[in-house]
Design a protein around this ligand. Structure first.
Ligand code: VGL
Ligand code: ZN
Length: 201
């Protein structure tokens, strides 16, 4: 592979999505070694870091009478409520201890506005508020992005679909991802990625 204008985007490889974490994804730890190896093949490596303030609006605990995994209507649309996770500065928000985070050149933090969640590395869940990642990549002449990390059916898939709509050639390495799979979310995510022209390998 000619990786000159290819970026690797490592999505949310954080403690809270790994075993023992607040929103643990089954097998989350198992992708870290492979991601470390993959990073060495790219000269542009970007991480995302889910980075919520306490009492973030995506936390079930912020809504009286609501439980985790229930759905509410937000001004920007439907929002799944999650257990408290990736609180700014907490151990859960830190990268997995085995992840070679020194290899990342940029870290995009997301979900830091209390009233809006952000699954995608490119746009918050209103599909309007940009993170700035498109500009960063385009100003570095990146034309293709490869995505790995957690969770496949939420932050990886949303990032992949947005990357395609931003004009990038998009690949997801499925063996370096793991899914939450909540009420068919994995199948829906695979369909959305397919329709968007994302290559899932
Ligand atoms: C994620 C749910 C809530 C993810 C982040 O990284 O996929 N999922 N926050
Ligand atoms: Zn989150």
């Amino acid at each position: 592979m000619n990786s000159k204008n290819q970026a690797l985007i490592v999505i949310d490889a954080q403690n809270d999505f790994c075993s023992g974490g607040a929103l643990a994804v089954a097998g989350g730890d198992d992708v870290v070694a492979g991601i470390n190896a993959e990073m060495r093949k790219f000269n542009t490596v970007v991480f995302t870091q889910d980075w919520h303030p306490e009492s973030h609006s995506s936390f079930a605990s912020s809504h009286s009478g609501m439980a985790a995994y229930e759905v509410i209507e937000m001004p920007y649309g439907r929002q799944i409520l999650w257990p408290d996770h990736c609180v700014q500065g907490s151990k859960g928000a830190a990268f997995h201890p085995s992840l070679e985070s020194n290899l990342a050149q940029n870290i995009i933090r997301k979900g830091f506005r209390r009233g809006i969640d952000s699954y995608s590395a490119f746009f918050e869940n209103d599909h309007e508020t940009a993170t700035g990642l498109t500009g960063y990549l385009k100003s570095r002449d990146v034309s293709g992005v490869t995505l790995v990390g957690l969770a496949l059916d939420f932050c990886v898939a949303f990032s992949a679909v947005d990357a395609a709509s931003e004009g990038f050639d998009v690949t997801v390495i499925s063996s370096l991802t793991r899914a939450i799979d909540l009420d068919g979310s994995l199948e829906r995510a695979m369909n959305r990625m397919n329709e968007a022209g994302v290559k899932v390998v």
